[in-house]
Every structure is written in C-alpha cells, then in structure tokens.
Design a protein around this ligand. Structure first.
Ligand code: CP
Ligand code: NVA
Length: 323
C-alpha cells in the first residue's frame, strides 16, 4: 500500500513538544490515535521524517527492549540516538540534573530516561526545554503499556466498546501494573490486579485509575489470583522482584506463592485469552514455561510492538512531517 499523505489527527497534534512522564499524561482519545498511528507505521502505510533529530538515552538501569526499540525507532524515522549513560557522562560524577537537562536541551531534541525515582524524571522534565519520555521508573512504564494495549487490540480489534474487555494482571503491583491500570482506564478496558497482601499497587494510582475509568470500565484489586483472571481476555504478569529490589528476592518468592501465571490460571480465563509479559521473564517463578511458550502467548508480538508505539510517540512528540 502506498504511504498516506494525511497528518496525524488533531488529538495527536496537541502532543507536539510535550513530555510523557505518566500514562495519565495522555487522554483516551490520544492513546487510541497513537495506537492507530503505530498500526499504520507497522503495516508500512505511513512514514514520518525525523531526519536531523536526535534522541538522547539516559538509562540508569539495565535494558534490552527499551534501549534497542528506541534506537531502532529513531533510525527508522531517519533520526539518530545518542547513548548518554550516566557512567559515560558527568551525570555519574554528580553534575546536577538542572544543569544537565538545560545543556542537553541545546544539543538533542528529546530525552528518554530510565531511572529509579519518578521525581528525578520530573526534575529533568522541569528543566529540559525538549520532550522527556519515561522509559521506566519505579512508579510507571508508560511506553510498555502502549505496546501492551496495541497487542490487545491486535487480538480483539480496536472497536471493542467500553468495559467489553478485561485485562487481568497477576503478581506485583509495580510500575508495569500502574501503567496498565491508568492506560486501561483511559481506554475503557477493565483492569483487575491480583496481588498478594502487601504487594498491591499504590492506592493513589488505583484511585486515579478509578477516577479516569468513571463509568466506562471497572478497576479492581484482589488478593485472589483466580478471581483476578476469571473470564479475562488478557492475562499479564511481570517479575516478582523489579530492578532495585534484588535483595528482597527470597522474601518475595515466598510471598508470591500461588501467583504464578500457569496453565491452571489460564484455564480460568476467557477461551480466547492472550498471555502477556513485558519481559524479561523468569520461567517457573511468575510464569510457567508452558504458558509463556504456549499458543495463547503474545509476548514476542508485544515486545515487537514497543518499536511501533515508540515510533508513533516520537513522531508525534517531535512533530515530524508525515511523508
Ligand atoms: N520490557 C522492558 O522494558 O524491557 P527492558 O528492561 O529490556 O527494556
Ligand atoms: N517491573 C520490572 C519491569 C522491567 C521491564 C522492573 O522494573 O524491573
């Protein structure tokens, strides 16, 4: 199919120059338009030109998917990426965020930042004159949630009505769970979190998701994984110990017994249910080898979709002309 000539719709045009710090920075309409643009980019129906633009990557934590997908996304759009790993820059020697953000704003066109504290990300955004993208913090992982819901749409169609679909997340109420709650609420997808006591999502995020959901869908938290997954259309899990929680690994393994996304839990879901995991995965811990490798699993499509949604996001935040 030949490339379309149309520009992104009005809801996306307003995002030019903006940050993406939280999943709640987008409206439901903007998320739907971003997923549509991502699908068109994926199918080769749309091209965007970011020639001459540079994305800086400031990653304080390890990454395979996010680092590579942002780098390839920029390359496919005609731009380039610069690795600003703190150990390679003066950031690692304590140069203040306020100075770093203002200097980098004179060189690069956007920053994708992976770090621990959401507050540090917000400080970069405060001082930077260019778009700042959350590439994962301890609080949220918004780019991941965009790819996840694109994968859900690919399985169940983009025209499902409010409350028609349910995504069940089983495990730690962490950064990934938070962004799923907020993005699901904005899209009108019911989100159920099944987490052990003491590992529920942040109540402030749950309240925000409930407020965003309004009457369009339901937001629920339960301590029973079977209740969480019953009849759900997408089953999701993530590691029990996130980056920075390595010392809690043994304690968490004990607390999460019964929360492995295995064949028994999958059998409780809708017959068409798909299985998602942001990866990296630990087979035999939060997910069984049979389920992650089974016919319901979409984890590699999901990982691929990081590339397409981030291409759409960069195209929109940097406002490149469509070809
Ligand atoms: N899912 C995800 O963000 O993976 P990486 O940590 O490899 O970037
Ligand atoms: N919750 C995980 C996600 C990794 C992509 C972590 O923060 O380590």
């Amino acid at each position: 199919m030949s490339p379309q000539l149309a520009s992104p719709g009005p809801s996306l045009a307003t995002l030019r120059g903006h940050d993406l710090l939280s999943s709640a920075d987008l409206s439901g309409e903007q998320i739907r338009a971003l997923l549509q643009l991502a699908s068109e980019l994926k199918r080769g129906e749309r091209r965007v030109d970011l020639q001459g633009k540079t994305l800086g990557l400031i990653f304080t934590k390890a990454s395979t998917r996010t680092r590579v997908s942002f780098t390839v996304a920029m390359a496919r759009l005609g731009g380039q990426t610069m690795d600003l790993n703190p150990s390679l820059t003066q950031v690692g020697r304590g140069e203040p965020v306020a100075d770093t953000a203002r200097v980098l704003s004179r060189y690069v066109d956007a920053l994708a930042i992976r770090t621990f504290a959401q507050q540090e990300l917000e400080e970069y955004a405060h001082w930077a004159a260019i778009p700042v993208i959350n590439a994962l913090t301890d609080l949220e992982h918004p780019c991941q949630a965009l790819a996840d819901f694109l994968t859900v749409q690919e399985a169940f169609g983009a025209s499902a009505g409010p409350g028609d679909l349910t995504l069940a997340y089983v495990g730690d109420g962490n950064n990934v769970a938070h962004s799923l709650l907020l993005t699901g609420a904005l899209l009108g997808v019911n989100v159920r979190i099944g987490a052990p006591a003491g590992y529920e999502p942040d109540p402030a995020v749950v309240d925000r998701a409930s407020a965003l959901a309004g009457n369009s869908c339901t937001i629920e938290v339960t301590h029973d994984p079977v209740v969480a997954v019953r009849g759900a259309h997408a089953l999701y899990t993530d590691v029990w110990a996130s980056m920075g929680q390595e010392e809690e690994k043994a304690q968490r393994e004990a607390a999460f017994q019964g929360f492995c996304l295995d064949e028994a839990l999958l059998a409780e879901a809708d017959a068409r249910a798909i299985v998602l995991h942001c990866l990296p995965a630990h087979r035999g811990e939060e997910i069984s080898a049979g389920v992650i490798e089974g016919s319901a699993s979409r984890v590699f499509d999901q990982a691929e979709n990081r590339l397409h949604v981030q291409q759409a996001l960069l195209a929109v935040l940097l406002g490149g002309p469509t070809l």
